[in-house]
Write a protein that binds this ligand. Structure first.
Ligand code: PMM
Length: 302
């Protein structure tokens, strides 16, 4: 921890990270803002994520970046240790835990509300112990029985995200009759498995899973009909940040901008989704989406 005290750009200029020494009151889900869309900052502690892989691979760097997003106003910090990009290699659970548990603990102690992006029940359990409050699981229909049990036993908040197959197969699994209706039906079936295990409705958030077993056009269809997801009765979270469908759009037939050059387009999706009542957005560039969420709230919810 001591090495962090000197981490640049992470705290008030005069006092380097006192926050890590004095634990804050734990952040609570029920204290999240309700007058605008919630902004979840992405913290990928991975060497190979598609847009920021390697940037925050060392634990100290990851904590510093998480704190930067927290101070920049992120409502939630989503900490993950396994890339979910199509074709990504699976990460052993012990390695995933080595990457993320100290990060979660430090951010929770600093007063951040932390979610853990994991497919593994064992990692999710340890992350809850370390101070995470939300489990963000991209498994979709491949969710494990252990994960469902854990969510029930620990009464944790859980992001029920739509996905089919795994990171190697999902790109071949994008056949739908009507993408919105089919994704909603699959989320409802998935939700039943959680209810059967004793999970209550208030624990669940839903996410259409932009880019997971979806083509670019299907992603746009989902974003155009977010109100239908809200009708499921849970907060709706979306993750468009820097994704390939934005690169395809911006390329306009030419070279697609690099993932890190897609933040303005991401903020535009935040503004539109927020104006359509989405509960939360998962983004890399926190200040841009926070501004977009505030604009949308002022414009729509006068
Ligand atoms: N996308 C990614 C990872 N986790 N979680 C949720 N709930 N929704 C998403 O759309 C989502 C996610 C992939 O993006 P990344 O590689 O930038 O983290």
């Amino acid at each position: 921890m001591d090495s962090l005290a000197a981490a640049p750009g992470t705290g008030p200029a005069t006092s380097p990270l006192p926050v890590l020494r004095a634990a804050r009151r734990p952040a609570r889900f029920q204290d999240l803002p309700t007058d605008r869309t919630v902004v979840m900052g992405i913290l990928n502690c991975t060497p190979d994520s598609f847009s920021d892989g390697g940037d925050h691979a060392a634990v100290d760097q990851a904590i510093a970046h998480g704190l930067r997003m927290h101070y920049a106003g992120a409502d939630i910090i989503d900490v993950g240790g396994e890339s979910t990009r199509p074709g990504a290699a699976e990460v052993p659970e012990a390695e995933e835990q080595r990457r993320i548990l100290p990060v979660i603990e430090a951010l929770a102690r600093a007063g951040a509300l932390v979610s853990v992006d994991t497919r593994h029940a064992s990692t999710a359990a340890l992350a809850l112990d370390a101070g995470a409050v939300i489990i963000n699981d991209v498994s979709g229909t491949a969710v494990s029985a252990e994960m469902i049990q854990l969510v029930a036993q620990r009464q944790a908040y859980y992001v029920l995200m739509h996905n089919r197959g795994n990171s190697r197969t999902m790109d071949q699994l994008s056949r739908y009759t009507d993408v919105v209706a089919d994704v909603i039906a699959e989320l409802q079936q998935l939700r039943e498995r959680f209810y059967t295990a004793g999970v209550s409705a208030r624990q669940l958030l839903v996410d259409p899973g932009v880019g997971f077993a979806k083509t670019a056009d299907q992603n746009w269809d989902l974003l155009a009909r977010l109100d239908q997801f809200a009708a499921l009765g849970h907060p709706v979270l979306i993750g468009t940040s820097r994704k390939r469908f934005l690169g395809t759009l911006l390329a306009d037939g030419g070279r697609a901008p690099e993932p890190k050059e897609r933040d303005s387009a991401t903020a535009a999706t935040t503004a539109l989704a927020a104006a359509n009542g989405v509960w939360g957005v998962r983004v890399h560039d926190v200040p841009a989406s926070l501004a977009a969420a505030k604009v949308a709230a002022r414009q729509v919810r006068r």
